[in-house]
Write a protein that binds this ligand. Sequence first.
Ligand code: T4K
Length: 362
Amino acid sequence: MNEIFVTRPSMPPFEEYMEIVHPLFENKCITNMGEIHKSFENKLKDYLEVESLSLTVNGHLALENIINALNLSGEIITTPFTFVSTTHAIVRCGCTPVFCDIDESTFTLDVSKLETLITEKTCAIMPVHVYGNLCNMEEIEKIARKYKLYVIYDAAHAFGEKWNGKSVAQMGDASVFSFHATKVFNTIEGGCITFRDSGLQRVLADIKNFGFHDQESVLYVGGNAKMNEFQAAMGICNLRHIDHEIEKRKKVYGTYMELLSQVEGIRLWKPQEGVEHNYAYLPLVINDEYGKSRNELYIYLKEHKIYARKYFYPLTCDFECYRGKYSTENLEVARDISNRIITLPMYSDLSKEEIHYICKHI
Ligand code: T4K
């Protein structure tokens, strides 16, 4: 058996991609919000069912840019059970992350613990739809309204998902998506921000282009977060196939469930009620009855060329760069899950044979 990675990018047919990028070799307009960028932005707005959207070069800078566009300062309540980008974005924008524990079943922010963390310095909540599990958005937004806080969802894992028929991109003040190669939908590297206040459109456009408002006026201390034409072209192609890709992922999930449901001591990922999922990740929680620890299973799989990952261990607050800087109290559930979680290979082209091989070793 060949090596099996935790994920593989979805790629469109070569000719399809070449057809879109071919004119770029003639017109030489390859970045700075060209025609393909515009076309992709419009198609994406339709797909995500939103009025306002800003493309970015990656998901991380999308997080930083929305924090900057909203001019946030002070404390942002967030989860430590995420990819480190979420915490980095808060800190790199000069804000303070306040870590909230997670819910045992969905691994998203535990809303029952949220209110106690709000202080007069709190400016926003940044929850994460981790693995594509949607947060308790009703409760989060109720609390946010009560305390007049912004809600920015890190929706890096939730592309294309719906909650009770409503696109997840419509939720909160803003949602941030990642289109990295490892995601359900990719533009090689890339990302976008969807947002409620259409007044932010121009601000976000300026911020991602060094703050330039026009050639002689710089209004913001912006950076460079522009998506280029080759990325946008990949987006247009991959968007044509996305529904089929998600269908294939769902089948992969089904095969895993058939093969693993009788294994004792593991908790399998389950879809949430009322959610149209994208099957982005396949997390497995390892309990004592399994007889091997998460780390033992991880190493055993690796020895058999199955490269599962410990997404998300350690908690972001425990990384060296954050150690001792922020409170890490009352994170019992997050810490426990982080010590017992393993994410299995999950992508649309994972074959039945490979899934059987993985499950046999589990
Ligand atoms: N917020 C959240 C919650 C996120 O999860 C992320 C990113 C962000 C924000 C930031 O979004 P971006 O700025 O990245 O758009 C990966 C990804 O790099 C990262 O995008 C992702 N989250 C994170 C969860 O996973 P690594 O370091 O674990 O990836 P890597 O390079 O080890 O890739 C995993 C496997 O995928 C490889 O073993 C093989 C396969 N692979 C990977 C790449 C890059 C391929 O087959 N082809 C490829 O081109 O971080």
